[in-house]
Design a protein around this ligand. Sequence first.
Ligand code: AHR
Length: 503
Amino acid sequence: MANLIINPNKKVSKINKEIYGHFSEHLGRCIYEGIYVGEDSPIPNKNGMRTDVVEALKKIKVPVLRWPGGCFADEYHWMDGIGPKENRKKIVNTHWGGVVEDNSFGTHEFFELCEQLGCEAYVNGNLGSGTVREMSEWVEYMTFEGVSPMADLRKKNGREEPWHVTYFGVGNENWGCGGNMNPDFYANEYRRYQTYVRNYKKDHHIQKICCGANVDDYEWTSEVLKTCFNHSPEEAHGFMDGLSLHYYTHPEGWKIKGSATDFDEACWYKTLSKTLYMEELIERHGAIMNAYDPEKQIGLIVDEWGTWYTVEPGTNPGFLYQQNTMRDALVAGINLNIFNKHSDRVKMANLAQIVNVLQAVILTEGADMILTPTYHVFDMYKDHQDAMLVESSIETKEIGMDEEYMVPNLTESVSESADGSLNITITNLSLEESYPIKATILDRKILGVTGEIVAGQMRDKNTFEEPEQVTVKKFENIEITESGLKFTIPPCSVLHLQVRENA
Ligand code: AHR
């Protein structure tokens, strides 16, 4: 019997809803086909956005969407994507398959999508190949309501009111595809570019995200913070709200990657062990941030995470299209539990990517759409959004097949919603064993509990022929005891319990 101890009296930190964020890039069939089909498409749409996809995304309460990249962002010139569509420039998408980008999805379309989803906008600016003026004018175009060349242009293009830009990224992966910069060079560029990301309205503070490290590049984090904070820390706090971190799970390493669907038990544990590395990354980058920002005003923004496999056979290698199995469900559940547990520092995370690319929550084929196992995990975890993380711990043991890739059998996180209910999410990483769990909930009388679960065999997936092999099922057999709950979690599963209680 594994002991899970929950102390709802100890509120740790708020789980920002943005931890459940997503990322959409002009890459493969993410934006085009996956989300945007155009107004004249036979696929049902509202102002060009697929109705089926938007409705499915609304169900999981997408809180924030990052756009237009990724590597694409540092080659994107926003003016190519405004005005009458027939006049928009056709360009080559050099990063992703060399295909034609017709710019029919641009700034106006992005905000239309955010409005339909009811989510915050995270716009990523171009520092790598764009000018300071270009970035500053984009911000003016999007957010200034008075009379100015850019506000007038926006109005001429059919949008009277400015939009709300909640987050603005000042470059992406500038250590790599965003200009191959050294950290001190980037940091000075960041200081300069961000100066012109103006807040045009007093009550509209655009949160500026500085480009952070790739995986374990701690030197990048140290150097960037050193350069940004070298004059006055107070001043630096004004010009940086978040520092990003990118970490993908590649089961067989960056070069080989490995198949999304054809893998064995050893690879299962290897993948999950590599996923768990996220915790160390957050802690070590967080420790460097603590030296400059002990009060944790600057968020660690994990704005690209998820699995990255070899593309599905027969698909364009530049489109990064991959299937999604129970393994991805576990990767999602484990990462989201980690982000919840570190929500004092992690203020946003964006799964890469939302539709048809990498660890997508939705896959489309023509007019058809399927929901992936990862989608169902996001669906179950949505109650954590804006809830308070409460103190919890679970007894675990090490499992696995290879000494190098041992993992704990269970991970968990617990939050309390505004109405007092507790959200418990647990992942069982074992492929064979189910575990009885005794949950002790301190100082509470439990009135009721409901459970839901995503479970199956490791390679289970949804396909267009069989779209519901993996879904959320009701989880029963939960015993309410004097001190909490008793239940047994099956192997290869992600579980969500909601406990209603009074003090
Ligand atoms: O998500 C795919 C790519 O991965 C992004 O464009 C880039 O930022 C990262 O390397």
